[in-house]
Design a protein around this ligand. Structure first.
Ligand code: SAH
Ligand code: SF4
Ligand code: F3S
Length: 450
């Protein structure tokens, strides 16, 4: 038996994901590549044979969280050793890529550091790291080799699934680490994606969310519009979503697909970041507030009910009160169904970190609160507007209360109803009776009618 071959000896694997959905996808794929070695996922790190932290570097807080978590893991590793066992500790993801060997210097309990484009090598690397103090760092950019090496079928359960179709970013927004941690833009071939989607549909997945740091820059044959049209033909696959998109890559073909392809859900995450052209320019976003609004207008012409979501940064270097006001104005003009807003975080090595006019923390806090108040009210209004309507809901899981089941509306809102687990995996019309800021409550139309 080779060191990377299959093994029947059961081992406990704990993976923790931080950051974006691409990390969630990667964590699932890591579990897939480790399964043939006998690793079975467990819910807690205590007593695990292998702990993987799949990390995020996007803001300072995200990175620091990893080091504090590693402090706890170090203690667990020591406890495990005292009990005569062994725990291997792997740091994967974007902090791994950005900080490399520095991680092992800061936390010697770490056995291995693996970047987001190298985790397919995990079986080999783990075997090597446990034998000798050999290679302990893998941070090449080789997305093609990675996807070729990953198993063609997936073990992930559930009725919804993530599917990475594009990786990396060439946009170099001046605040952002992603182009450095994920490497250049690269798109998976159409056939590989269709094969993975079919395999998901065969195991009961009804909704896929296509993932990419710039998913609408997907450069496989025909672009994202054509990919969506082909995916829509797969039996059993009834809902298609994608995230995250860049405003400049929202082309006419994709917008037209939203008008024509029923499976494409009317929810679009299209981050704008800010509403002031001066700040957008300093951010190197290469769009203006006005060009963004024109894109939104086109999208709504094709799909009038499209729910718009976005990301915002407040307190970017040089942001004056008037610039911030322009962000509020843009938010007012768009009307959001959901949004994520952040205080600017200075990331070493990015151009914005060296800019003049860094904004004081208290100003950032105050602007974030004002922006969130506006976005929260828009989200609440959007949810409230669904009351009295009937929405198709894909049921995903039992609710927190017994007798309850939870699904999602086409607009990605969680919808709670009274019902049993037999509903999971079905898409059924639900009459919406009430709404909160975060979710909807309703009843099956069949129950209402009865
Ligand atoms: N590719 C996507 C998402 C990138 S990261 C896009 O183009 O929008 C997700 C979000 O994190 C970004 O949209 C941005 O709003 C936020 N972000 C990125 N870098 C940040 C930083 N240095 N400080 C605060 N927020 C940041
Ligand atoms: Fe970061 Fe900008 Fe690329 Fe998005 S488009 S990942 S914000 S550099
Ligand atoms: Fe974080 Fe990397 Fe995603 S930095 S947001 S995990 S691409």
């Amino acid at each position: 038996m080779t060191e990377t071959g299959s093994s029947t000896e059961k081992k406990r694997l704990f993976i923790k994901s931080y950051g974006c959905q691409m990390n969630v996808y990667d964590s699932e794929r890591m579990a897939d590549v480790l399964a043939p070695l006998g690793y079975e996922p467990v819910d807690a790190p205590e007593g695990a044979d292998l702990v993987v932290l799949n990390t995020c570097h996007i803001r300072e807080k995200a990175t620091e969280k990893v080091y504090s978590e590693l402090g706890f893991i170090k203690q667990m590793k020591a406890d495990r050793k005292a009990d005569g066992g062994a725990m291997q500790v792997v740091v994967a993801g974007c902090v791994a890529q950005a900080e490399g060997e520095e991680i092992m210097r800061r936390q010697p309990a770490v056995d291995l550091v693996v970047g987001p484009q190298s985790y397919h090598q995990l079986p080999e690397l783990i075997a090597r790291a446990s034998r000798a103090r050999g290679e302990r760092l893998a941070t090449d950019f080789a997305p093609e080799a990675k996807f070729d090496a990953l198993a063609k079928t997936r073990t992930a359960g559930g009725v919804t699934a993530f599917l990475t179709v594009q990786e990396g970013c060439d946009k170099f927004c001046s605040f952002c680490v992603v182009p450095y941690t994920r490497g250049p833009e690269w798109s998976r071939p159409v056939d590989a994606i269709l094969a993975e989607a079919r395999s998901l549909a065969e195991r009961g997945v009804r909704e896929v969310t296509l993932l990419g740091q710039n998913v609408n820059a997907y450069a496989g044959e025909g672009g994202l519009a054509s990919l969506a049209r082909q995916l829509a033909k797969i039996d059993g696959l009834d809902r298609i979503r994608y995230t995250t998109s860049h405003p400049n890559d929202m082309d006419d073909a994709l917008i037209a697909a939203h008008a024509e392809v029923e499976e494409l859900m009317p929810y679009l995450h299209l981050p704008v970041q800010a509403g002031s052209d001066r700040i957008l320019k300093a951010m190197n976003r290469s769009h203006t507030a006005d060009s963004y609004l024109k894109v939104i207008e086109k999208i709504r012409a094709a799909r009038p009910d499209m729910a718009i979501s976005g990301d915002f940064i407040v307190g970017f270097p040089g942001e004056r009160e008037a610039d911030f006001q322009a962000t509020l104005d843009l938010v007012e003009a768009v009307g959001h169904a959901a949004a994520f807003s952040f205080k600017y975080s200075r990331r070493p090595g990015t151009p914005a970190a060296a800019m003049q006019g860094q904004i004081a923390e208290d100003v950032k806090v105050e602007r974030l609160a004002r922006l969130n108040a506006l976005l929260d009210s828009q989200q609440a209004a959007f949810n409230q507007a669904q009351v009295g309507r009937t929405l198709g809901v894909l049921f995903e899981r039992p609710g927190r209360r017994p007798g309850q089941v939870v699904g999602r509306s086409p607009f990605l809102q969680p919808v709670h109803i009274e019902g049993g687990a037999e509903l999971i995996g079905q898409i059924l019309p639900v009459h919406i009776v009430s709404a909160t800021k975060g979710s909807l409550t309703g009843a099956l139309l069949s129950q209402v009618a009865a």
